[in-house]
Ligand binder design. Structure first.
Ligand code: GTP
Ligand code: MG
Length: 202
């Protein structure tokens, strides 16, 4: 899919103030620093559409980006960031969970997992929560450029084995690098295939 336009629309911490539209949207969620905002930039061929940082905790709000005037990418704050206060964590959690519970046009969440790490309880628990709330999701293994191919393959296989302890199937997954562009076309093609079922055909 060709990205012809990508524009920032609104940031907020209140799901009821997200864009009043029925256009399909896709949310990026995962631990702080896993590369959510970078992947949005990579997918849209922009350097600075979503704000990124080497320090965790950069994205703090729900951010909507309108793509090709017809669907949204949604950048969310990361979870598991140790340096925010307990109260802040709770507030984050509340508006993130409210977003997933209420936003019906959110057609698929991309749960980003750092491909360098072993399965982490916080990610597994979050995916369980999504499953329990019937929120459709895929997994994206990020930062693949930081791994040697064999080690990457081993980590992904370990991840599959871990998922199959609780899930009957491994969810659909992608392997990406925002620096090399690996996996980008696959993610965009997947989004396009879902959009086609929802948008009026020309
Ligand atoms: P929060 O907003 O804090 O939750 O983080 P985030 O998940 O949005 O991460 P962000 O995109 O800001 O990236 C965090 C750091 O990882 C930055 O220094 C990025 O340059 C780096 N990074 C992200 N994706 C990749 C990747 O695919 N490869 C490499 N090598 N670095 C990456
Ligand atoms: Mg971010």
């Amino acid at each position: 899919m060709k990205i012809k336009s990508a524009e920032f629309v609104i940031s907020n911490s209140d799901v009821s103030k997200c864009p009043d539209s029925k256009l399909p949207e896709y949310a990026f969620i995962g631990r702080s620093n896993v590369g959510k905002s970078s992947l949005i930039n990579s997918l849209t061929n922009r350097k600075d559409l979503a704000k990124t940082s080497g320090r965790p905790g950069k994205t703090q709000l729900i951010n909507h980006f309108l793509i090709n005037q017809s669907w949204y990418l949604v950048d969310l704050p990361g979870y598991g960031y140790a340096r925010v206060s307990k109260r802040e964590k709770k507030t984050f959690q509340k508006f993130i969970t409210a977003y997933f519970e209420k936003r019906e046009q959110m057609l698929c969440a991309f749960v980003l997992i750092d491909s360098r790490h072993k399965p982490q309880p916080i990610d597994l628990e979050f995916m369980t929560w999504l499953g329990e709330h019937q929120v459709p999701f895929c997994i994206i293994f990020t930062k693949a450029d930081k791994m040697k191919p064999k080690a990457l393959e081993r980590n992904i296989n370990d991840y599959k084995a871990e998922m199959l302890q609780t899930w009957t199937e491994m969810p659909q997954y992608f392997v990406t690098s925002s620096s090399s562009g690996l996996g980008k076309e696959e993610v965009l093609a997947f989004i396009q295939s879902i959009n086609e079922g929802f948008l009026p055909q020309h």
